[in-house]
Ligand binder design. Structure first.
Ligand SMILES: O=CCCC(=O)O
Length: 452
């Protein structure tokens, strides 16, 4: 059995029997049969179904949000926001997919030459628990609109979310086999990737998982999109709007209890304002309210599993051993980790070098622009960075120097269906969302027609 356990009260939320090899094979066969039909369905019909999926999400938003909250501990208000974001995504691709995948005429010597964007078949998605609906929908919605079909291997602690997503597509009227959840553990993934009916793989998750999956898929010559970890810097220049910057930094680090690949994880502050900023930051972090994640009052939830909170504790201890100072928080009770701020953070500490996937942030100071950029770029990850400054000339000048997938100015790094999303370095490759995302899993077919 695969079980989800509520990290807030340790109660079992859901149990499902793991598929055996035969059941997995049957599910993939069914998806493949459906693909032959689905790829011929016109965009207008796919759009109607995708709009219905968005309506279904909105109609039963509370039901779905409670599943998210119970399975991984995020506050209900944040779970509701996640559900709404998924609904907006459905609308976006329902309205734009046909334009994004329209033939692209390219003038050459030919009578006519163009690129057509054709579906490729079944795409396997391996997805994490931190945004259990959003991460899946972010892949599935454009994939389905492009004429592909999807099979999902979700994280084992959010299987009820996985089943619920299958239900959403079913309730919206998608034919069976368009979207299939496979209740399985990681052991079967290699075999699934090797199945000739699987044409590509997308993974959002850890660097280790990304390497393992890409190795198998690479050997099979199957395309992968990888969205892996991150260690985004929040670079606070002395000429920022201090009050607004503090609020944005708190949100960037502590939403979703810090369990987001694009969370601001390294707080870099110009020395001249470090004291004033740190005081205001700690005060703002202190306003976060813990409690029952199902209560509307709660603004910071538990972490998703006790072992994840234990890992975070080890990273904290490493920082303390190397001279870090607890400025706020630092304690853990089962899966609940207090919002924690550490001062005197240096580049040799794990909380600077590694991804910190929880409600803990370290503060490092810098003396000038050059040092700020060097600290920010000094990471094996490259999802994004936020810089805070009121000097736009400086902002535009600095943007090209950051070796990241995204640079945000005076705003937390966030995903938006209209903008490409993805990283550089060990944060992965490929892009999700926007036109770039829907064009990842298509055959960009070159057509050249000559007239003698
Ligand atoms: O965990 C990373 C993704 C979070 C998001 O897309 O907002």
């Amino acid at each position: 059995m695969i079980k989800s356990i509520n990290p807030y009260n340790q109660e079992i939320v859901y149990e499902v029997a793991e598929f055996d090899r035969k059941e997995v094979e049957n599910a993939i066969d069914r998806a493949d049969t459906q693909y032959a039909i689905w790829k011929e369905i016109p965009f207008s019909e796919r759009s109607v179904l995708m709009k219905a999926a968005g309506q279904e999400l909105r109609k039963n938003a509370r039901e779905y949000a409670e599943v998210i909250t119970q399975e991984m501990g995020k506050p209900i208000t944040q779970a509701l926001a996640e559900v709404e974001k998924c609904a907006a995504l459905c609308d976006y691709y329902a309205e734009n997919a046909s334009k994004m995948l329209a033939d692209k005429i390219i003038e050459t010597e030919a009578h006519k030459s163009y690129v057509s964007y054709e579906p490729i078949g079944i795409v396997l998605a391996i997805m994490p628990w931190n945004y259990p609906f959003w991460q899946v929908m972010r892949f599935a919605v454009p994939a389905l609109m492009a004429g592909n079909v999807a099979v999902l291997k979700h994280a084992s602690n959010v299987m009820k979310s996985a089943m619920s997503i299958e239900k959403i597509f079913d309730r919206a009227g998608f034919p069976a086999g368009c979207f299939t959840n496979l209740p399985i553990g990681s052991k079967m993934v290699e075999e699934i990737i090797k199945n000739p009916k699987i044409k590509a793989v997308t993974l959002t998750g850890s660097e280790a998982a990304g390497r393992a999956v890409a190795a198998v898929a690479g050997n099979e010559i199957k395309k992968t999109v990888l969205e892996l970890g991150g260690s985004n810097a929040l670079v606070v220049f002395a000429d920022c709007n201090l009050q607004k910057t503090v609020k944005t930094c708190v949100q960037a680090r502590f939403q979703n209890a810090g369990q987001s690949c694009i969370a601001g994880k390294r707080l870099l502050v110009e020395s001249s304002i470090a004291e004033e900023f740190t005081k205001a930051f700690i005060e703002e972090v202190g306003k976060l309210r813990s409690g029952d994640p199902l209560s509307e009052e709660t603004t910071i939830g538990t972490m998703a599993r006790v072992d994840l909170a234990e890992e975070l504790e080890k990273q904290l201890q490493d920082a303390l051993d190397k001279g870090g100072e607890v400025l706020l928080g630092g304690k853990r009770n089962k899966a609940y980790f207090e919002p924690t701020v550490i001062g005197n953070v240096t580049t040799d500490m794990s909380i600077f070098k590694e991804e910190v996937f929880g409600p803990l942030i370290g503060i490092t100071t810098f003396k000038d622009e050059k040092e700020a950029i060097s600290l920010s770029n000094n990471s094996p990850f490259g999802l994004g960075v936020t810089i805070f400054t009121e000097d736009f000339e400086k902002a535009f000048r600095l943007v090209p120097i950051f070796n990241e997938g995204a640079v945000f100015v005076n705003e937390l790094v966030k995903s938006d269906q209209r903008l490409p999303f993805g990283g550089t370095k060990n944060s992965g490759y490929g892009r999700e969302l926007s036109q770039d995302g829907i064009q990842e899993f298509v055959n960009k077919k070159t057509v050249y027609i000559n007239k003698y």
